[in-house]
Design a protein around this ligand. Structure first.
Ligand code: GUN
Length: 284
């Protein structure tokens, strides 16, 4: 068996078309375009690429992109004051502070300072709590995008076992909440899990987000399962690879995401969806 590839680029373009149509409807009713502020602190090259991709997506769907770039000497107090200003600015619908931040800034303090109504990353404890209580508002973009990818592959979730490998605040934990909301029977593996291979081997759906190339071996994968690889790692030779041994897993899975071109484009597309939703919620 060779798995069918789940084309994240194609699915993300469908989401972006849907958002563009939503923006057009909003504007036709006389409202201004949704506005997203991207905050970049320092010059991390990967972060610069991510922020640029987010700005290009804004242009594509008709969202106003307002980029802010600060030096890596910015203090936490200065960043929090900037967030207070953006929270109070009626012309701003979404605030995205690109992670990671320089060591002098506590990311949790920043996440909790952003108004939950403008938290288009879906990282604020309020938005995580809404998802946990099955009344989601702004949903963490990567897990939200993974659900869209799974639906595109015909996944039905109910009576299906899902295993999430990785328990981060931004991906693994909200991924568990999304999978449970969708009706799957979900298990999370983390650094203290006794036998990750055995957990993965019984999963109909595997979502991997650990940030270690080749962490999940191909022979762990259950035949006919769906594998979603959230990892994106650059090897010494410059190649980008996920967290799963793709070539071996492809021989066993029914559906699998490539890296790059799987989950990555979906994160940006769901950010656009969240920004439109945040704007519409504020003007209703
Ligand atoms: N850094 C890596 N991924 C993300 C993301 O989805 N949002 C933010 N704000 N920073 C990131």
């Amino acid at each position: 068996m060779t798995a069918q590839l789940i084309d994240g680029k194609a699915v993300s373009l469908q989401v972006l078309d849907r958002v563009a149509a939503g923006v057009a409807t909003r504007r036709a009713s006389g409202a201004r375009a949704p506005a997203l502020v991207t905050v970049l602190v320092g010059g991390d090259p990967a972060s610069q690429v991510y922020v640029r991709n987010k700005r290009l997506a804004c242009e594509r769907v008709g969202i106003t992109s307002l980029p802010l770039h600060f030096p890596d000497t910015l203090t936490q107090a200065e960043l929090l004051a900037e967030i207070d200003r953006l929270n109070a600015d009626e012309a701003v619908d979404g605030i995205l502070v690109q992670m990671p931040l320089p060591a002098q800034i506590d990311p949790n303090a920043v996440i909790e300072r952003i108004s939950p109504t403008k938290d288009v990353d879906g990282f604020h404890p309020y938005n995580i709590g809404r998802l946990a209580c099955r009344v989601p508002v702004l949903r963490p973009c990567t897990p939200y995008g993974v659900i869209e990818l799974l639906k595109s592959a015909g996944e039905t979730f109910k009576r299906r076992t899902a295993v999430v490998v990785g328990a981060s605040n931004h991906v693994g934990r909200p991924m568990m909440l999304e999978l449970m909301l969708a009706g799957a029977t979900a298990t999370c593996c983390h650094r203290f899990t006794a036998d990750v291979a055995a957990e993965v081997a019984r999963a109909d759906i595997v979502v991997i987000a650990v940030g270690k190339p080749g962490f999940v071996k191909g022979d762990w994968i259950k035949a006919g399962s769906t594998v979603i690889d959230v990892g994106i790692n650059r090897l010494a030779d410059g190649r980008l690879v996920g967290d799963c041994d793709f070539e071996a897993a492809k021989q066993r899975a029914a559906f699998i995401t490539p890296v790059p071109g799987g989950v990555g484009p979906m994160t940006v597309a769901m950010l656009m969806q969240n920004t439109l939703d945040a704007a519409n919620a504020r003007t209703q």
